[in-house]
Write a protein that binds this ligand. Structure first.
Ligand code: NAD
Length: 245
């Protein structure tokens, strides 16, 4: 199951998992996008909101009905910009801060907990493994830039959940990992001008380009395949270290 699978990193992960033979359930707020992505790989689509526990349960139930749930990749997420105090001295808007935590942190929590419960009921395979949950953080968890207060807080939470979740789920043979992407060419960064994209590509160590969604999908598959990889956050960023602005 892939959340946020209608677009960007999630859609690439759907394609990468399907190419390995997985039957993928695409869970996204964007119903049309989810259906299109799923149809292209013979997968299943569930429209819903990761902040709504019942929607998450419906998606997990759908995925588990298709076969044992083994791989869950949480890509649903959003970004916002805002400083601690704005240019005119007014404090960061609380509603905007809370919204990002709701989607990125509570959404990941909702899916992870419900998916883990379903995975725990499956028969184990090799080494007693039942599956893997891969959450999406960001380099903003470590190199938060000016204006990324809320987003960095949400991605820091994803990083911080990795170890305790892996510890909790070790008893049922479920691994927990996180990917911290650098700058990827998806609709999420559609606001960047061509000049900004060029500058970001230039500030990447190597290769000097933005990340492509396919790079992310490949890592998700590699993580799923390697059962000794656990409780780890992997930066996927071409070596970029984000400056203050
Ligand atoms: N693109 C980047 O440079 C980048 C960098 C670091 C981290 N990330 C993270 O990667 C993840 C995927 O981002 P992307 O670049 O593919 O963005 P995207 O906007 O292309 O895709 C995000 C998807 O999540 C879905 N979504 C949003 N809120 C939802 C909700 N409440 N319930 C269900 N679905 C919801 C959207 O409909 C969309 O299909 C996000 O968590 C983002 O923060 C992206």
């Amino acid at each position: 199951m892939v959340t946020g699978g209608a677009s960007g990193l999630g859609a690439a992960t759907v394609r990468a998992l399907a190419a390995e033979g997985a039957c993928v359930t695409v869970f996204d707020l964007n119903e049309k996008g989810a259906e299109e992505t799923a149809a292209a790989v013979g997968g299943r689509a569930v429209a819903g909101d990761v902040t709504v526990p019942e929607d998450c349960q419906r998606a997990v139930d759908d995925a588990a009905a298709a076969g044992p749930l083994r791989v869950v990749v949480n890509c649903a997420g959003m970004a916002t910009a805002g400083r601690v105090i704005d240019r005119d001295g007014s404090p960061h808007d609380l509603a905007a801060f809370e919204r990002v935590q709701r989607v990125n942190v509570v959404g990941t929590f909702n899916v992870m907990t419900r998916a883990a419960a379903a995975m725990a009921r499956t028969d184990p395979v090799e080494d007693g493994e039942r599956g893997v949950i891969i959450n999406t953080a960001s380099v903003a968890a470590f190199d938060g830039q000016i204006g990324q207060l809320a987003y960095s807080a949400s991605k820091g939470a994803i990083v911080a959940m990795t170890l305790p979740a892996a510890r909790d789920l070790s008893v049922v043979g479920i691994r927990v990992l996180a990917i911290a992407p650098g700058i990827f060419d998806t609709p999420l960064v559609g606001f960047l001008s061509e000049a900004q994209r060029q500058a970001l590509a230039e500030s990447t160590l190597f290769p000097k380009r933005l990340g492509q969604p396919v790079d992310f999908g490949r890592l998700a598959v590699a993580m799923a395949r390697n059962s000794y990889l656990n409780a780890e956050v992997v930066r996927l960023d071409g070596g970029i270290r984000m400056p203050p602005r």
